[in-house]
Design a protein around this ligand. Structure first.
Ligand SMILES: Nc1nc2c(c(=O)[nH]1)N[C@H]1C(S)=C(S)[C@@H](COP(=O)(O)O)O[C@H]1N2
Ligand SMILES: [Mo]
Length: 366
């Protein structure tokens, strides 16, 4: 008789599944709640409505004043900074739409067993903190530096590998004005689940880059090999290929489901007549949204765009639908300034990353 594989050190290799959600997926969905689509009405997502993605446990921080950020590796002056030191640096506030790279994963058939997102792993907050370059400037980056590594206080296992949550950025990007070390979200101190007391915000990239509970910054002269950099967050068609790292957010849009829902199925009932539809669209890397179209049973017409709300923030759109009684499928499709358009069909990725297929909402008009 062969021993069963150890569930942590030697986990059963995952494969795609169909049908019911496994207990493990349901458990992850409880821990990592999604955004409520009706919340798209808010320009800035209330903190409690913002999606969450926590790989391991939320670290307990009894005394934020004692929190230390260490800056080391290839720097002239290693630093050990308290929150008060960071607060003394120039502070800015930026509105940023954050989306999980796994958003849309479970819309794919078969699906990859993991955090079972449909479309709701997105939110837009106003993050306040200091541009990272001020800290790197004080430490002084050495000539041969290649990447800057960010490590969180959380630790766990994935695929049998024990690690601290960590991610890296190329040095040039780390020195840009946009990358922030933040201590506040929507004008309030960070909530524990959003990275209190200190997190990184990398606008325009999928959420995995925005390391929460930040404790260390290390400058290195090679490509970082941490699990969250090389063991996952790689676009792949098949296991074993080198793949392409997941970085910037792909163009996407969502609509506020109109009318009223059925509690259990969330099917929508809408009254006939003019139905004002509203939603938001966004893309990555600060690329503006140039067009949103609304589909009624797959026939698309242009929506009206609201004014842009910031380089890294989603953009509102609206559309008046003349609804006649019947069954319909509503959808929305955004285009960005690079000419990238959301695909109508399923976009296959082995682990379900970057699925920006159009959002579809079935409705009954009465
Ligand atoms: N330290 C740490 N940082 C992290 C994570 C994590 O599990 N640990 N999750 C990442 C992922 S995958 C996403 S999508 C975002 C989610 O941020 P939020 O929970 O504040 O919305 O945080 C990122 N930063
Ligand atoms: Mo994520």
């Amino acid at each position: 008789m062969t021993a069963a594989p150890h569930p942590i050190l030697n986990p059963v290799r995952k494969s795609h599944v169909e049908g019911d959600y496994h207990d493990h997926e349901v458990n992850l969905a409880h821990r990592n709640h999604g955004f409520l689509l009706e919340g798209l009405r808010h320009d800035v997502t209330p903190a409690g409505m913002h999606y969450l993605l926590i790989h391991f446990d939320v670290p307990f921080v009894p005394a934020p004043d004692a929190w230390t950020l260490s800056v080391g590796g290839l720097v002239e002056t290693p630093l050990s900074l308290k929150l008060a030191d960071l607060a003394a640096l120039p502070q800015i506030t930026t509105r940023v739409t954050l989306e999980c790279a796994g958003n849309g994963r479970s819309l794919a058939r078969p699906r990859w067993p993991s955090q079972p997102w449909h479309v709701e792993a997105v939110g837009t907050a106003e993050w306040t903190g200091t541009p990272l370059r001020h800290v790197l400037g004080r430490a002084g980056i050495k000539r041969n530096a290649q990447e800057v590594v960010f490590t969180g206080a959380d630790r766990g296992f994935d695929a049998g590998i024990e690690h601290d949550y960590g991610r890296s950025l190329p040095v040039a990007m780390a020195l840009s004005d946009d990358i922030l070390l933040v201590t506040a979200m929507n004008g309030q101190p960070l909530l524990p689940q959003h990275g209190a007391p200190l997190r990184l915000i990398v606008p325009g990239w999928y959420g995995m880059a925005s390391v929460k509970w930040l404790t260390r910054i290390d400058v290195i002269d090679h490509a970082y090999q941490g699990f969250q950099q090389v063991g996952t967050y790689i676009f792949k068609q098949v296991e074993g290929e080198a793949g392409v790292p997941v970085t910037t957010i792909r163009v996407k849009s969502l609509l506020v489901p109109p009318g009223i829902p059925d509690w259990y199925s969330r099917r929508r009932l809408v009254e006939r007549g003019t139905v004002p539809l509203f939603g938001r669209a966004w893309s990555g890397a600060g690329v503006p949204i140039t067009k949103v179209e609304v589909g009624i049973d797959g026939r698309f017409s242009p929506a009206e765009l609201d004014s842009p709300a910031g380089k890294f923030a989603w953009r509102g759109w609206r559309f008046d639908w003349s609804a006649e009684p019947g069954e319909y499928e509503l959808s929305c499709r955004a285009t960005d300034a690079n000419g990238d358009v959301q695909p109508l069909g399923q976009r296959f990725d082995r682990a379900g990353f970057g699925n920006n297929t159009v959002h579809r909402v079935p409705v009954t008009v009465r």
